[in-house]
Each structure stands twice: as structure tokens, then as C-alpha cells.
Design a protein around this ligand. Structure first.
Ligand SMILES: [Zn+2]
Length: 312
């Protein structure tokens, strides 16, 4: 006799994050929730979400969906997941909406994107629809977007496209010095970082429109230090991964800072805490903490867009 696992249809239930109507599907000790505001996510049964983190978890799950990822929320990881969306600056939030509109419209002359403030506020790390509406209004007042907007009791429904000024605003900043589009990767050169480099760092840098330069892929041994210095000089910005705590990474990042380049810090989670963890003064710079290459790829791409792309 073949025993088939019952395939439960989704049932209506309040969203675990935003508490609006959603659909629930049991998955062992987890549930899969589909919500118009938070998107689709998995959550461990019995996870209690603090009220002040709700909007920022909505931001994390919804923005992950935009990148074809489904987040799995547990008691242990929810604070860290929310954290990445809690402290974004107003400039970053405006840029997120403008970048989203540009990504969906695809090219100048493309069809307008419809945004519904009551459902789409997590896309901009906004606390609620009112904050999101302020950003939409500002983008329009600054003539970065154009189109129609209708206000009703549920909020604003906008059909917008970027203006040419908006499209130009979405282009990466050319910071002084360095060759536009080059990104130097400072990291441990041990074999155990090959996988996170190949599946995390490399695709994240490329999807943001930059070319990564990693010394492990540079076929040259002679005069390596000179080559490193010249590559850091040529880079527009650098990504420094502190996993393994290698002195060369601190040296290359310090050199880059001295040359006025932005540095995006990354570190594998198990290297952050404990007596051998990160040096104290680095802990304040908002670095990318990652558990696996998929998370590294998503968080690093977010950080590049937030820190390297032109700020308003
Ligand atoms: Zn929700």
C-alpha cells in the first residue's frame, strides 16, 4: 500500500509578520505563509515576533522575494534578518524605490509600474504606508519619477516611470580615482573561501554592474605586493571579507580607505563573535554578516547598491 503525504490546500490565516490576511500551508515544524505585503516566507512554528521588528521583517521577506528567494525565519535569526532593514538611511530608502521602479520599467519608454502604498511599503524598508507615500511624493517632487497617482482610503496607488533624470540617478556613481566598474576583493586566499567567492561575492558584484578582481584569479606570483597595491589603486571600491582574520585583508582595506575608496566589509557569522572575533572598531561599520554563499550574495548586492550607487 502506498501512503501518500496529504497535500493540504493553503488555508486563510493572519500573516505572522504583518498580521494582515494571508494564506498558511503547514511544512513539518514550519509554515509557509503567502502575504500580499510580506510576500512568501517560511517561519518556524511558535516564533514570536516583537512588534517593533515587524515592518523590517516584512521588508526582508518581501525584498528577498523580489530576488526569487524565500526566507526561512526562526527565533534565532529574526533579529539579524530585520537588522539589515532597520537602519537604512532615508537616502537609501528613496534609492530603493527608484531602483525598483527602474528595474520593473526596464528601460526609458517602458510601461509604468504600479505601486500600492498599503502593500508595497516593505520594498523601501518603510515603517508603514505613510512613510512610503512620503518617499513616492518626494521622488515625484524631485522630478525623478513621473506618472499618475490615485489616493483612496487604503493609500496611494501610483503608476510611475523614471524621468531621464531618474534614469541617470540610478546609474552608479563614479567615485574619484580608480577605474569605473572595477571592484577589488580583499579576502583570505584559502581554498575554503572558493565556494563563497564563486557563489556569493562574484555574482553579487557582477549583478551590480562591476567587475570583481580577486588575487586568487590573477595568474601571477612575482611581485605580488606591488600587483596588489596597483589593483587596489585601480579599483573604484573594494569588498573586504574578514573571514579567517588575515592581516593582508586589513592591509588592503586600510590602503583603499587611505586612497579614498569605499570599503564594504563582510565576515562569515562564526568569525564575528567570541574572543577571536572581529576587532572592535570594525564592528561599528555595518558590515555584511553571512552564513552561506546565498546570503552573502544577497546582502552584499544590497550593500553595494546602498553604499556605492549614487546617494541623493
Ligand atoms: Zn504580511
Amino acid at each position: 500500500m502506498i501512503i501518500q503525504t496529504p497535500n493540504f490546500p493553503p488555508v486563510p490565516c493572519p500573516c505572522e509578520i504583518c498580521e494582515r490576511p494571508a494564506e498558511f500551508q503547514p511544512l513539518g515544524n514550519k509554515a509557509e505563509i503567502s502575504c500580499r505585503t510580506c510576500g512568501k516566507y517560511e517561519i518556524e512554528v511558535g516564533t514570536r515576533i516583537p512588534d517593533d521588528l515587524r515592518p523590517y521583517l516584512s521588508a526582508a521577506t518581501r525584498q528577498a522575494n523580489e530576488r526569487d528567494r524565500t526566507l526561512a525565519i526562526t527565533r534565532e535569526n529574526l533579529a539579524e534578518i530585520a537588522e539589515a532593514h532597520l537602519r537604512t538611511s532615508m537616502g537609501e530608502r528613496l534609492n530603493k524605490i527608484l531602483a525598483l521602479i527602474a528595474a520593473r520599467v526596464k528601460h526609458p519608454g517602458g510601461s509604468p509600474v504600479t505601486l500600492n502604498s498599503a502593500q508595497d511599503y516593505p520594498l523601501a524598508d518603510a515603517y508603514n504606508r505613510d512613510e512610503f507615500q512620503c518617499y513616492l511624493n518626494h521622488l515625484r517632487e524631485q522630478e525623478l519619477v513621473t506618472g499618475e497617482a490615485v489616493t483612496n482610503e487604503y493609500g496611494v496607488i501610483a503608476r510611475y516611470v523614471p524621468t531621464m533624470k531618474g534614469w541617470q540617478h540610478c546609474e552608479p556613481t563614479r567615485s574619484p580615482g580608480g577605474e569605473p566598474g572595477r571592484c577589488f576583493i580583499a579576502s583570505w586566499l584559502d581554498d575554503q573561501v572558493d565556494e563563497p567567492y564563486n557563489n556569493g561575492v562574484d555574482p553579487a558584484v557582477r549583478e551590480c554592474g562591476y567587475t570583481p578582481v580577486w588575487m586568487k584569479n590573477v595568474p601571477e606570483n612575482k611581485g605580488m605586493t606591488d600587483r596588489i597595491i596597483s589593483e587596489v589603486r585601480r579599483a573604484e571600491f573594494i569588498v573586504a571579507d574578514l573571514t579567517g582574520q588575515r592581516p593582508n585583508v586589513y592591509f588592503e582595506a586600510g590602503l583603499a580607505r587611505g586612497l579614498g575608496r569605499e570599503v564594504i566589509w563582510c565576515c562569515r557569522a562564526d568569525n564575528v563573535d567570541g574572543p577571536d572575533g572581529l576587532h572592535f572598531d570594525i564592528r561599528h561599520l555595518g558590515h555584511v554578516v553571512w552564513h552561506d554563499s546565498a546570503e552573502l550574495r544577497m546582502k552584499l548586492a544590497d550593500s553595494i547598491r546602498a553604499n556605492i550607487v549614487r546617494k541623493s
